[in-house]
Design a protein around this ligand. Structure first.
Ligand SMILES: Nc1ncnc2c1ncn2[C@@H]1O[C@H](COP(=O)(O)OP(=O)(O)OP(=O)(O)O)[C@@H](O)[C@H]1O
Length: 260
């Protein structure tokens, strides 16, 4: 089954074509990576996929259903989660509260209402707390539950954001540069968590610049340049594709060395 399918998707910002007639498919039980140089249209693609930006033209299908034009909360409710390149956490709240919000947003996607009246009932709050703790244990960050999230190391903050995404029980997770800003230890931890999340049954679409990570965990890689697809294949195929090497990988990437 097709988990996610883009058909001839284009995004224009005024005169700029950020994504140009892009088609690709994420299949079931895959970690699929979307890579390309800075400004090639990766984040714009993810923003269209999860409904943050409308497409200019083209179609997007999620589990074979046409979701083109759907609002973000409706797409999330259908089972698509995402993390952001720049964390979107409430820095002064605890890690646990931030994760719990993920469950609230599933229903409402309304930050303002959440801040005024966080939980409808004590029971609802208890259920969300239990679920959030369970997910934090799964990710391995339960010991930070009561810590103010803004004071946690950056890697723990990123894990908190991922935990929050899991509160909506997504079947597909979009990860926008999960390793950016992490030190090597944190990166290794995060890779292990991504694999664990994948093994728990979730499909994953990943944007990432770190080539070691991409080559290590992806089943399929789509490469874009100037918003258009230039190659697609397995990590081995992509590493040996002359156009990808010319446009993106250059000499920077040697197997077994740090990506950037
Ligand atoms: N909201 C916007 N308004 C106008 N132009 C935009 C907007 N968002 C992105 N762009 C432009 O669209 C192009 C693609 O940007 P995008 O952020 O999708 O690239 P990217 O591949 O994610 O880059 P990076 O790897 O640096 O994150 C760039 O030229 C960018 O300046």
């Amino acid at each position: 089954m097709s988990v996610l399918r883009l058909e001839h998707v284009t995004k224009r910002f005024g005169g700029l074509v950020a994504v140009n007639d892009l088609s690709f498919e994420v299949k079931e039980r895959q970690i699929h990576a979307l890579i390309g140089p800075n400004g090639s249209g990766k984040s714009t693609s993810i923003n269209m996929i999860n409904g943050s930006f409308p497409v200019t033209s083209g179609k997007i299908y999620f589990n074979d259903k046409d979701i083109t034009g759907w609002k973000m909360h409706k797409i999330a409710a259908a089972g698509m989660g995402r993390t952001y390149q720049n964390l979107k956490l409430f820095r002064s709240m605890t890690a646990l509260e931030n994760v719990m919000i993920g469950g609230q947003l599933h229903a409402k996607m309304n930050f303002a209402r959440f801040l005024i009246d966080p939980f409808k009932t004590k029971r609802e709050e208890e259920e969300l707390r239990e679920k959030a703790m369970e997910i934090m244990r799964f990710i391995g960050i339960e010991q930070y539950a009561d810590r103010t999230v803004g004071n946690l190391p950056y890697g723990r903050q990123k894990m908190t954001e991922l935990a929050r995404t899991l509160m909506i029980d997504p079947t597909l997770i979009l990860l926008d540069e999960p390793a950016a800003g992490l030190n090597p230890n944190e990166r290794a931890e995060f890779v292990a968590i991504i694999k664990k999340v994948y093994e728990s049954g979730k499909d994953i679409l990943l944007i990432e610049h770190n080539m070691d990570i991409i080559m290590n965990i992806s089943h399929v890689i789509t490469v874009i340049n100037h918003g258009a697809k230039i190659a697609e294949g397995t990590p081995t195929e992509i590493q040996n594709d002359p156009e990808v090497i010319r446009a993106y990988l250059g000499d920077r990437y040697k197997i077994g060395m740090e990506g950037e």
